[in-house]
Write a protein that binds this ligand. Structure first.
Ligand code: UP5
Ligand code: MG
Length: 197
């Protein structure tokens, strides 16, 4: 079986990772897996032993233990490939969020997946917060409020930025200016992806 080829999609809360991944899937042959979406689904799955733990972590903007997240990602990748073995290109959105996540990934997934590069959505904290607060009016997400967002931003700055820096040192970060409108951001994404493929 061919190794999966992965792009990690990182950036602050509300930087547009999910929105742009949908556009990428429509235009390029990737499968999109959002770690946050997988955790939210696991949180509401009947019989899940992690529901409460995930709920508490998300509300506080804390990072869920990597064993849980990687298990969900691995399962989703395997299910995708079982349905269509040609689907080897994955966008993994919102992961790895800290160095532990990354180490866990390397240990568990090294034989199964190559990380090609990191697509980094660069956006000011202020824009990120405003987008999520606005979305909070209708999203129903327990973390789209100012109190949770302050924590999410802190976690992002303290834990996730260092992961991006690690990849930067390896020349593996592709930075997208994500502060403009959705179409313009996608034009920036295309410029990058067209060079990679
Ligand atoms: N929007 C998007 N692009 C726009 C643009 N260019 N101009 C104007 N508006 C734009 O977008 C957010 C909002 O902004 C939307 O309303 C959109 O319409 C608008 P979205 O595309 O959803 O941005 P995204 O970066 O995906 O924001 P998200 O809220 O999903 O980011 P987070 O990284 O904070 O959330 P995630 O779901 O990945 O994680 C949530 C929590 O889960 C984490 O805080 C953590 O507690 C937990 N988690 C883990 O513990 N481990 C993991 O590996 C992953 C998550
Ligand atoms: Mg998202």
């Amino acid at each position: 079986m061919k190794k999966a080829q992965v792009v990690f999609v990182l950036g602050g809360p509300g930087s547009g990772k999910g929105t742009q991944c949908v556009r990428i899937v429509e235009n390029y042959g990737y499968t999109h897996l959002s770690a946050g979406d997988l955790l939210r689904a696991e949180r509401s799955r009947e019989g899940s032993e992690f529901g409460q733990l995930i709920d508490n972590h998300i509300k506080d903007g804390k990072i869920v233990p990597f064993e849980i997240t990687i298990k969900l990602l691995k399962k989703a990748m395997e299910e995708t490939r079982k349905l269509d073995e040609k689907k080897i290109h994955f966008l993994i959105d919102g992961f790895p969020r800290n160095e532990e996540n990354l180490q866990g990934w390397t240990t568990i997934m090294d034989g199964e997946a190559d990380v090609n590069f990191v697509l980094f959505f660069d956006c000011s904290n202020e824009v990120c917060i405003n987008r999520c607060v606005e979305r909070g009016k209708s999203s129903g997400r327990t973390d789209d409020n100012r109190a949770s967002l302050e924590k999410r931003i802190q976690t992002y700055l303290q834990s996730t930025r260092p992961v991006i820096s690690l990849y930067e040192k390896q020349g593996k970060v592709r930075t997208v200016d994500a502060s403009c409108g959705v179409d313009k951001v996608f034009a920036n994404v295309k410029t990058i992806l067209d060079k990679e493929i």
